[in-house]
Design a protein around this ligand. Sequence first.
Ligand SMILES: Nc1ncnc2c1ncn2[C@@H]1O[C@H](COP(=O)(O)OP(=O)(O)O[C@H]2O[C@H](CO)[C@@H](O)[C@H](O)[C@H]2O)[C@@H](O)[C@H]1O
Length: 480
Amino acid sequence: MSLSLLSVASEVFPLIKTGGLADVAGALPLALAEHDIAVRTLMPGYPDVMRQIGSGDALCRFDDLFGGPAVVIGTTLGGLDLLVLDAPHLYDRSGGPYVTAGGFDHPDNWARFAALSKAGAAIAQGAIPGFLPDIVQAHDWQAALTPVYLAVSNRPRPKTVVTVHNLAFQGSYPSSIFASLGLPDTAWSIEGVEYYGNVGYLKGGLHAADLVTTVSPTYADEILTPAGGMGLDGLLRGRGDRLVGIVNGIDTSVWDPQTDPAIACHYSSRALKARTHNKRALEGEFGLRREDGPILAVVSRLTWQKGLDLVAEACDAIVARGARVVVVGSGESAIEGQFLAAHARNPDRVGVRIGYDETLSHRVQAGADAILIPSRFEPCGLTQLYGLRYGCIPFVSKVGGLADTVIDANHAAASAGVATGVIFGPPTGPALMAGVDRALRLYADPKGWRSMQVSAMNADVSWRASARIYADLFRDLTRE
Ligand SMILES: Nc1ncnc2c1ncn2[C@@H]1O[C@H](COP(=O)(O)OP(=O)(O)O[C@H]2O[C@H](CO)[C@@H](O)[C@H](O)[C@H]2O)[C@@H](O)[C@H]1O
């Protein structure tokens, strides 16, 4: 049976990306197509997005969507069937999707993303002639009011799913905005959007959705606990078997070391020697001294969640052990400063690029020996999956999706030849250094390291298995 699904997301690769949400929102539709699920994706018409789509078909209009007119433009790009919400009063401005050019949240984010959800709900109920989806999948807090708007409507509606990519971001706003959301008074309740006296977008969506998914089984367990639930564990426990964790995949055609246009030299698990050229190129690009030791890399938002303060603090110790460090990232200014200071102390052993650079991230995965991901929590994580695919050994903390996707090189796994990385825990400075020491011992055995790289590169990190799980869940949902 073929199904039709409306996906609602605030960022979608390759049109606009600030993090992993975009990768998933851009790749999952292509994987679901293999299971006879046709996905249309609704996203905001930010300036970058409008530039890329050119002209499309105006499929429906809203005369007044949170203070101005809006048009939904239909177009296709890179295999994606897109519905772009062109609402200049909300999205036509400088800065990023969520923040101003100065780095502050857009002051009307509450309206910008309530509008996305409201348009999503209208489309789900037939605003575009000839399109009535069977299911709506709302990604993260920015889209989470979609199921809320649908739940309060008394017209027929599709089944609804909220997918949580990161419970830390909840979209919480003062109660004063409630009157502007266009929800009935009954929605100001514990079953609605009320959350400790504020309006909680994600909270409302988690309550209203027919099904809640998150991006790994371990994270699905962690968020049921007070330590991992970010205040929502009670609600989530109440959802029982309506909460399911499914590991992310990656787009293996975008991330393919045999064809990647961003890297100096193509290679495969059968032709790993060629990878060395990428390591040399990376040394050149970062001005690193050419040495025998490994290059340990970071490609990440530089935030507390990602535990990168731990790496910044450990830089000198890592370098003293004969390794070099490469960092590509931006985020908290304190962590950026720590890395820049580590570079100043070790200019030819610690390379740092503050900023966001998609193609550089490919060259790092192709040239570094290991990718460091010491997250304090990690719903799934994609960089370790890119690392596996590129033979850049993941060095990860034992949390969330990191624990679900990497096989630690312990004695049993190493002797069975199935290890794909190094897992350490808990995410603290001493445990990190103990893990680094273990990784360096493994690296000192070239044959063992190569065997780990081959296992990593042969791991199935595609969407294949997970898309099937989503497809089965979606089909079950429509049968209820
Ligand atoms: N400076 C930089 N330059 C270039 N590229 C950079 C970069 N900084 C980050 N990236 C890229 O951004 C993406 C980050 O994705 P992650 O899944 O690792 O984390 P994120 O916290 O954004 O996503 C959230 O959603 C995803 C998707 O579900 C979950 O996997 C994750 O656990 C959750 O926190 C990767 O593609 C990475 O390569």
